[in-house]
Ligand binder design. Sequence first.
Ligand code: ZN
Ligand code: ZN
Length: 165
Amino acid sequence: MDTSHQNLQEGGCTCRDVRYRLTSAPMFVHCCHCRWCQRETGTAFALNALIEADRVELLCGHAEVVDTPSNSGKGQKISRCPRCRIALWSNYGGGGDAIRFVRVGTLDDPDRCPPDIHIFTMSKQPWVVLPAGALAVGEYYKSADVWPQASLDRRNAALAKRAAT
Ligand SMILES: [Zn+2]
Ligand SMILES: [Zn+2]
């Protein structure tokens, strides 16, 4: 595992009504250059830390879940602060509520979650230049090909737990 991901990172929205803590390092971090993420963030890409839902501990406030269309067609649920409407994390159709895509920019120290992979680089804005050697794919990828085994184990456990409930 990448040891640059340290434990107990905290984050929150802009008005500070909602605060949360990650109780472990994320499983994997996506930098997504798709047009949908560009539109939703209003900028060039989205940076998402993938982590089990039960490792996101709410410290105060609550998130309001907004149903939002997604690139896959399966939809996504974006959790936002009810007051300032900042997006904190989302769940996508495939992983359901078991896995959250935490918006890295809402962490107090987002520098600790650099991307493990760049995805949908076919729509990357041309001025965004990836570091040499960065893992990058034109569209999506198979986790089994790329994720460390420990992260795959965690993901499978989270999905199994969800299926059992
Ligand atoms: Zn807020
Ligand atoms: Zn995207």
